[in-house]
Design a protein around this ligand. Structure first.
Ligand code: HEM
Length: 121
């Protein structure tokens, strides 16, 4: 996503398109694997206590609130780009991009806190 953004700022449109379509494909792949895992094993429990738990909950709630909104935004921005409706694409994509990045980064933070952070049981 960041590479795609850098490309469009440098007016490299073909490269922008390729990076963004790759990001959409990777996100779709992730979403499928996430849903399959969720159906199979259910939600993960966070075992931390104290301030780290509050931090985890705040990140998780904001991540979960925005993640479903990201899907139609990304699909809409992608379709508008592919349909060459560039001025509307640009308007929607400028809203989509920061939300998509926020959801991606907070998703990584949640993963790190659940499975990688030291001190977990
Ligand atoms: C989900 C996928 C995509 C995202 C998130 C995205 C994101 C963006 C963003 C944020 C901008 C505005 C950049 C700025 O502020 O100057 C932009 C512009 C642009 N995008 Fe995309 N893009 C995506 C897919 C595509 C596709 C598939 C195309 C097809 C060629 C495309 C073509 C363009 C063009 C031509 C512009 C420049 C529009 C203008 O300045 O009038 N984008 N895109």
């Amino acid at each position: 996503v960041l590479l795609g953004y850098r490309a469009v700022r440098a007016r490299r449109i073909q490269q922008h398109m390729r990076f963004m379509l790759s990001a959409v494909a990777l996100s779709a792949l992730f979403l499928v694997s996430f849903v399959l895992r969720y159906v199979r094993y259910g939600p993960s429990e966070f075992h931390g206590t104290g301030p780290v738990r509050w931090f985890y909950m705040a990140i998780l709630v904001s991540h979960e609130a925005l993640a479903p909104i990201t899907i139609p935004l990304v699909i809409g921005a992608m379709l508008l780009g592919l349909m060459r409706r560039f001025s509307v694409h640009r308007e929607l994509a400028r809203l989509t991009l920061p939300i998509w990045l926020y959801v991606s980064v907070t998703g990584l933070i949640v993963f790190f806190l659940l499975y990688v952070s030291p001190g977990r049981p």
